[in-house]
Design a binder for this molecule. Structure first.
Ligand code: ZN
Length: 279
């Protein structure tokens, strides 16, 4: 199970916490360029919004680690053991999150492009928080320091070593993936309606919400039957990887304005800074 919608909502909560309001750097923790606002401002693209990028980056980073399932899905069908063993490895590594941060540091000319740098801080922080969350929930370990394990060094952390769930629990958690998606889409829908943002995509995100909720009911029903865990996983992950993983990435991309908006923004509060940024 991945509960990507749950991770998306954690990203939203993080954004509210660390960058609750404002645009163009008036959110509390937005790092400033060491060369001063003039140099940074000169390099910042006209439409860039450092605080908004930080907020959106936190949501994107919270979702990204589980895109390893794109690669591992086909592998799972060949070897379920290998597919499961590879999940929560390379995309869940704190070292990979640090490499992402380093990439954005270079890309932003050492942080002088604050919009680009804040996006990197958001994505890397979101990835790290996702991995640490996985340690606590979902009853399995994380290859937190991949690829050190490949070199024979300790890299896996597992607080659940030796813990065995009743067979029904993984199946119900798999079904709950769709409840988590539904809650994420419901949040996006409500927020966009309140802000007046991303209106072209709102009807679709509402359909995504309805579909997720329906599949939660269907999969919960299936989980309560005597279906073998392996077969349930194949039926569940096929839909998850082929349909729902692309959907959540699409919705997060298309609703960027909604996810970038300040936490306290209303329709007027969001639109006004956008207008001023276009000048
Ligand atoms: Zn994960």
């Amino acid at each position: 199970m991945a509960q990507l919608g749950f991770h998306g909502l954690i990203g939203v909560g993080l954004a509210r916490l660390v960058a609750p309001g404002g645009t163009q750097g008036d959110a509390a923790p937005v790092p400033q360029t060491p060369l001063g606002p003039v140099a940074g401002g000169a390099r910042t693209p006209a439409l860039a919004d450092p605080a908004g990028n930080l907020r959106w980056g936190l949501v994107v980073g919270s979702i990204l680690p589980d895109t390893d399932l794109f690669l591992l899905g086909p592998l799972y069908l060949i070897s379920a053991q290998l597919g499961l063993a590879m999940h929560r490895t390379f995309t869940h590594s704190l070292l990979v999150a640090a490499a992402v941060l380093a990439y954005f540091r270079l890309r932003s000319s050492g942080g002088r492009d604050t919009a680009c740098w804040n996006l990197g801080i958001g994505i890397a922080t979101g990835m790290a928080v996702h991995s640490l969350t996985d340690l606590i929930v979902w009853f399995s370990g994380v290859d937190l320091l991949w690829p050190l394990g490949v070199l024979g060094l300790p890299s896996w952390v597992n607080f659940w070593e030796g813990h065995v769930n009743p067979p029904i629990v993984p199946k119900l958690l798999g079904a709950a993936d769709y409840l988590a998606f539904a809650l994420y889409y419901r949040y996006l829908y409500n927020r966009a309606q309140a802000l007046g943002t991303d209106q072209a995509f709102v009807p679709r995100v509402h359909r995504y919400f309805q579909l997720s909720l329906a599949l939660w009911v269907v999969y919960t029903g299936l989980a309560l039957t005597p279906i073998a865990a392996g077969l349930f996983d194949i039926v569940h992950y096929a839909v998850f990887i082929v349909v729902f993983l692309p959907m959540v990435l699409q919705a997060t991309w298309r609703m960027r304005s909604t996810l970038s908006a300040p936490g306290h923004g209303d329709a007027a509060g969001v639109r006004a800074p956008l207008v001023s940024r276009h000048r």
